[in-house]
Write a protein that binds this ligand. Structure first.
Ligand code: IYR
Length: 225
């Protein structure tokens, strides 16, 4: 088979010494070590331009066959945020009332969460991230996507990092099931809600569970041979 392979040069990047590379990497580690998943948001507004730029950064993520199987539905409208809160809390009430099962509830006990999700209205932005199960072209033909969860997961990581760089806090929220997001946000059925990212500034009295700050040491997460 003949393919239209059209190689172009890489974009220019400064050549770093190993020492410079390590310094930069260490700086990045330090920045990322201050990221916390936050549940106490202030209502301080955040410019749409920051959200747009962070989403563009997310859109640079690698993806299967470069199909970019994601959609970021960015919501600041108070009425829509309220709708999302009400639907999410309904799911969460069922979850905490028993659907989760005892061992799951025990595992998240140290996080201090419950079915109340006021931050879904307080935070200035909600970004509902959808994974495209398959693409649809202008003629309505289906296009297969590949490594969908991997691709959308990586893009979500890029997004969280960009927002953290912008001095903002995020919460990766996953009310389950999240089908209501398709209906409220008018997203097509080929898109599956992946995560609901809550974005904003932290409340002045924000607290995080101590348990959540404990990260595994390198020796537990990596092996070298
Ligand atoms: N989605 C619920 C429960 C929950 C589940 C996990 I796994 C967490 O890490 C945290 C919470 C909620 O948001 O309360």
């Amino acid at each position: 088979m003949d393919f239209d392979y059209d190689p172009i040069p890489l974009p220019a990047r400064p050549k770093l010494s190993q020492a410079e590379g390590l310094t930069r990497c260490t700086d990045y580690l330090e920045v990322m070590s201050t990221r916390r998943t936050v549940r106490h948001f202030s209502s301080q507004p955040v410019d749409r331009q920051i959200i747009e730029t962070a989403v563009r950064a997310a859109g640079t993520a690698p993806s299967g066959a470069n199909h970019q199987p994601w959609h970021f539905a960015c919501v600041c409208d108070p009425g829509i945020k309220r709708e999302i809160r009400l639907a999410a809390e309904a799911e969460e009430r069922a979850f905490y009332a028993g659907k989760a099962g005892d061992s799951w509830l025990q595992d998240i006990g140290p996080l201090g969460t419950n079915a109340d999700k006021p931050f879904l209205e307080t935070a200035p932005w909600l970004i509902a991230i959808f994974a495209e199960r398959f693409g649809v072209d202008k003629q309505g033909n289906k296009r297969k996507n590949y490594y969908i969860s991997e691709s959308v997961g990586i893009a979500t990581g890029f997004l969280i990092t960009a927002l953290h760089e912008a001095g903002l806090a995020t919460l990766t929220h996953t009310p389950s099931p999240m089908k209501f997001l398709n209906q409220i946000l008018g997203r097509p059925t080929n898109e599956r809600p992946f995560v609901l990212l809550v974005v904003g500034h932290t409340a002045p009295d924000a607290r995080v569970p101590r348990a959540a700050t404990q990260k595994k040491p390198l020796s537990d997460i990596a092996s070298f041979r």
